[in-house]
Design a protein around this ligand. Structure first.
Ligand code: CTP
Length: 410
């Protein structure tokens, strides 16, 4: 039970209430959360106050209900104070408008600003008329939010305002409170407390100030691994060569380090590696680089002779200096003799997991949003992961990583 003791204060829940008729049920949610021993701070949107009075919430909550960003003389920046201190934010009811504003990143009232200023888990409990609930815009906004790690408690079927029947009724207050209890008590993902380093994208090796040698890696698989690891609770550092706009759906807590060349990637990765529990080398690192010309090579001088030099193999260096219990994942892009080549790469590199791509398979590997891979694993037979989104492939890879991590030392 989450009752407060001198050593462990009660978990803090921000209860957001948006402007729909189900707002009256939020009073019951509040009462039950208080009965369960939580510290509850209510925030009503201005529209919610048309349905229910802030005074009702203030009378039952652990602190006064808040509505405006600017009305609290004691809290100068209420959204960050509330957002940062919350163990969970529950929004019940979440209207179509609130969901759209949250998905779009708007922060035009205290509730949306608090959602934006928080890295805490969020439980949205939508309630609206069936026609609104079924709108593609509402469903797409929810899909976006889910991808970012927001939890959604689906509405139920039943009587709606105006005598209608259908899907859109707020989940029962007892269900909402039970869900909140589970999140607060068990919000420990399989990688909670672990530090994960992911590399992504193809390195770019300059030939002169204008031209580069690069490859077709889009960085998507690496970004997907970073995103899923974050959702599983890890603290993630992403060393990437590619545009950050790919990370638009990445949950806020990823630390992004930009690099360009194989040498820069090596320096940053080797510097970060000792503090990591897991390292996933999803980047396509150039095997050869060139000493770049200081000025643009001129066409009139004829085809340049490029003296290519081998780059150090970062993965091999990582395996050579790995600390106890660290799990290292490599990738292999193959186009011929995939199984034999991958097996010898697995043995040569000494990694715990090798994610093997046959780049000749349509819809797999470079520049694709889907992937089909074979996982070579230490102490386990190979596993084939059939064609699916790169996010789902990431989950498969990370599930194997979790199984290899030593337990009980987080
Ligand atoms: N890699 C690395 N450092 C390099 C080259 C590759 O750390 N200089 C890593 C990649 O990030 C990937 C793995 O090694 O995780 C395999 O990359 P790949 O290019 O498939 O293997 P190579 O060792 O380069 O072998 P080949 O090109 O002969 O297939």
């Amino acid at each position: 039970m989450p009752f407060a003791t001198p050593d462990s204060p009660a978990p803090r829940i921000v209860l957001g209430v948006a402007g729909g008729i189900a707002a009256y049920k939020a009073v019951e949610v509040l009462r039950r959360l208080r009965d369960a021993g939580y510290h509850v701070a209510p925030i009503l949107t201005p529209d919610a106050t048309r349905f229910v009075a802030p005074l009702t919430f203030s009378a039952l909550a652990s602190e006064p209900a808040r509505v405006g960003l600017y009305d609290d003389p004691e809290l100068a920046i209420p959204h960050t104070t509330l957002g940062q201190s919350a163990d969970l934010i529950v929004v019940a009811p979440a209207t179509a408008h609130l969901i759209a504003r949250f998905a779009a990143g708007l922060a035009d009232d205290l509730l949306t600003a608090t959602l934006m200023a928080s890295a805490s888990p969020v439980l949205l409990c939508p309630a609206m008329h069936t026609e609104m609930w079924e709108q593609p815009s509402v469903q797409e906004n929810l899909a976006t939010l889910r991808r970012r790690g927001v939890l959604v408690l689906e509405p139920e079927r039943g009587h709606l305002a105006g005598g209608d029947e259908g899907a859109g009724r707020l989940a029962e207050p007892s269900t909402i409170v039970e869900m909140a209890r589970r999140i607060v008590a068990g919000y420990r993902g399989a990688l909670t407390g672990r530090r994960v380093l992911v590399t992504a994208g193809g390195t770019r090796e300059p030939i002169d100030p204008v031209r580069v040698i690069t490859n077709r890696s889009s960085g998507r698989q690496g970004y997907a691994i970073a995103e899923v690891a974050t959702r599983l609770g890890a603290s993630v550092t992403l060393v990437t060569t590619t545009d950050r706009s790919l990370a638009i759906d990445v949950v806020r807590r990823i630390e992004v380090v930009d690099v360009v060349t194989a040498a820069e990637m090596r320096d940053r990765v080797l510097e970060l590696a000792p503090s990591m529990d897991v390292i996933v080398m999803a980047a396509a690192v150039a095997d050869f680089t060139v000493d770049p010309a200081p000025n643009k090579l001129k066409k009139a001088a004829g085809p340049p002779e490029l003296a290519l030099v081998a780059t150090p193999d970062i993965l091999v260096e990582l395996v050579g200096s790995r600390r106890d219990g660290q799990v290292i994942v490599g990738f292999a892009a193959e186009s011929t003799d995939v199984i034999a080549n991958a097996q010898s790469k697995f043995e040569r590199k000494g990694v715990d997991v090798l994610v093997v791509n046959d780049v000749m398979t349509p819809g797999a590997g470079f520049e694709s949003t889907t992937n089909e891979v074979r996982l070579l694993l230490r102490d386990h037979d190979p596993v084939t992961v059939s064609m699916r989104s790169k996010g789902d492939v990431a989950l498969e890879v990370l599930t194997r990583v979790v199984a290899l991590l030593p337990q009980g030392d987080q």
